[in-house]
Design a protein. Structure first.
Length: 555
RNA sequence: GCGCCCGUAGCUCAGUUGGAUAGAGCGCCGGACUUCGAAUCCGUAGGCCGCAGGUUCGAAUCCUGCCGGGCGCACCA
């Protein structure tokens, strides 16, 4: 509909110019056709005349009038047009002209809202990527919800998407994990242990130590410490990673690939990467360490890749990893990180510049923290002390749907308060049910219709020529907007836009439902309304799917 | 001290990448179930969009400077 109007504007300007009413026969691409906030401003409004003023060298209102005079409305969708305010052109759509939108929705079905914006380009979304040193907590849950939803949306707008989890399974933290488990293991074997700071203290470490004992008995005590620690590290990381996979599966998040950091070392990829940058003079030696010249490309200082002790840093494998991402053929790479890592961005960006990779091809989604509350009271969390609420516990308590939806109710850059009690509430406090309820309600209506012998599947508008209610037009207008909401959410990588849209659509539906009966006395009217309501159901389901939330038929 | 993010209704937050008169939910108060699901709806109140300048036809949005908050500034991960 918007495009139609845009086209009409272009042709009108050409026609006006041809008739010598305007000096220039084109309009800038920057013009907008938007839905005004106020109904009195029409269904659509354009700033074309104002934007064109500098080009046409005429007052906006004069241009606007000239355009209106030359609008050709071949399809007859416009009821009236007017010049308003400083030079807006307002369009009022004929109520009947909205009906074809319903046909489009039904024709496109599950694909309504999808597009080919991405043109099949390969994009990778890497998210969660939590170290396998402990269970996932709520913060990871938010990252998972955001990453997965972004992936779904991008896929829906025509990208070829791969979801990846980067496993930090090498380096010091894994050794720390091994040490932690090993010490607990010795403790369980009867030794008196002074548990040092800096090790992982959660109860899960003791559980892991116990299962090492169940498996190996006392045998590790007789082995050299490094070997024993190594065993504990590998064993613990495996178990924890398996737990992470399970937790994510319960959260309806699936990855296409689990990428091992250790693999980058084993394959020699890290060494090759370092060597290649060394050859190019981008990595140099100083004070016995190897440094990357990130400062030349925007970082505030150079960064160490290999410490003087010979140990590589996290940045070393990240260089290799991100290089590989592009070598694997991804045109776009999106990393989802916790906001506390934001200082890391210039590092990666400067390295990409060094690689001569266009910055446009790299995005970071920084997800801010989650404040977990219970009944308005904040729950204290400390990863170090091992006191935190896990994702598994939250999903177990409030359910995957509620958790995912709430994680996506805010822009990811905004800190999120997550109240467990609210998440469980079955009321308007809780937007998940508000939206899901629409789906269930419509399913229920359809079922009742069937009882009366009306098959909603064959319902249609064809014979209904009566007038359309304002609440019906409002619903159709909203649904008409859905494709661009999805597109925008995808372009900006902002799933919350879908959440907001669904809430708005749900609200419009509930209002409609309370005012008008779908199963009316008039059979043709009923068929039309079923047709309408089925379209709503389709979009609710589709939108929820993009958020990774189910659309129940009964609640 | 430097960098990034953020200040919008009592609370939690949106605001279509510069549009007309500022938007929701919650909370408060008052209403609506003999008919398709009340997990719903309807109504009222609530605002120097942190402050001060600037850019222009037009600013919550862009620029500068303050004030206030969060985070980051390692041969950490």
């Amino acid at each position: 509909m918007k495009e139609t109007i845009r086209d009409m504007l272009k042709t009108a300007v050409k026609a006006a110019a041809a008739g010598k009413k305007l000096p220039v026969d084109s309009i800038p691409d920057a013009i907008d056709v938007e839905e005004p906030k106020f109904e009195s401003h029409g269904d659509f409004s354009s700033n074309a005349a104002m934007i064109s003023a500098p080009v046409q060298k005429l007052p906006p209102r004069v241009i606007a009038q000239a355009i209106i005079d030359h609008i050709q409305d071949s399809e007859g969708v416009i009821e009236k047009m007017e010049v308003a305010g400083p030079g807006f052109i307002n369009f009022f759509i004929r109520p009947d002209a909205w009906r074809p939108v319903l046909d489009q929705i039904h024709e496109k079905g599950d694909l309504y809202g999808s597009s080919n914006f991405g043109k099949g380009r390969a994009v990778q979304v890497e998210f969660v990527s939590a170290n396998p040193t402990g269970p996932l907590h709520v913060g990871h849950g938010r990252g998972a919800a955001v990453g997965d939803s972004v992936a779904k949306i991008l896929s829906f707008i025509g990208y070829s998407v791969q979801r990846e989890y980067y496993i930090n399974d090498s380096g010091r933290q894994i050794r720390t994990l091994g040490n932690s488990v090993y010490l607990r293991y010795r403790e369980l074997s009867g030794e008196k242990i002074e548990f040092p700071d800096g090790l992982y203290k959660g109860d899960y470490i003791i559980d892991l130590a116990q299962s090492v004992r169940d498996l190996q008995g006392d045998s590790l005590l007789r082995k050299p410490e490094s070997e024993a620690v190594g065993f504990c590290a590998r064993y613990a990381a495996d178990i924890i990673l398996k737990g992470i996979r399970d937790d994510l599966a319960a959260f309806n998040v699936e990855f296409d690939r689990w990428y091992s950091e250790q693999g980058l070392y084993d394959s020699g990829s890290v060494d090759r990467s370092i060597q290649s940058f060394r050859n190019r003079g981008l990595i140099y030696e100083k004070d016995g360490a190897l440094w990357f010249k990130t400062s030349e490309h925007g970082d505030e200082k150079d960064r160490v890749v290999v410490k003087s002790g010979g140990e590589t840093t996290y940045f070393a494998s990240d260089i290799a990893y991100h290089t590989e991402k592009y070598e694997r053929g991804f045109e776009r790479v999106i990393d989802v990180w916790g906001a506390d890592h934001h200082g890391y961005i210039p590092r990666i960006r400067s390295f990409l510049t060094a690689l001569d990779i266009d910055q446009e091809r790299f995005d970071v989604i920084l997800v801010k923290m989650v404040n977990l509350l219970r009944g308005g009271v904040q729950i204290a969390m400390s990863t170090r002390a091992g006191e935190f609420v896990t994702l598994k516990e939250v999903v177990g308590e409030v359910g995957s749907d509620a958790a995912r939806f709430i994680f996506l109710t805010r822009h990811y850059e905004s800190p999120l308060d997550f109240d467990l009690e609210v998440a469980k509430k079955k009321s308007n406090d809780n937007p998940v049910y508000y939206v899901q309820y629409v789906h269930a309600r419509i399913c229920s209506i359809v079922a009742r219709g069937l009882e009366r012998g009306i098959d909603a599947g064959t319902a249609g508008p064809e014979k209904h020529s009566g007038s359309i209610e304002p609440e019906e037009i409002r619903l159709i207008k909203l649904m008409n907007r859905y494709p661009e909401v999805v597109l925008h959410a995808g372009r900006r990588l902002e799933p919350h836009r879908i959440t907001y849209f669904l809430t708005e659509l749900a609200s419009a539906f509930h209002t409609y439902y309370n005012k008008h009966r779908v199963l009316a006395d008039d059979i043709e009217l009923t068929r039309f309304r079923l047709y309408l309501v089925l379209a709503v159901r389709k979009i609710i389901k589709n939108g929820l799917e993009l958020l990774g939330v189910s659309a129940p038929e009964k609640m």
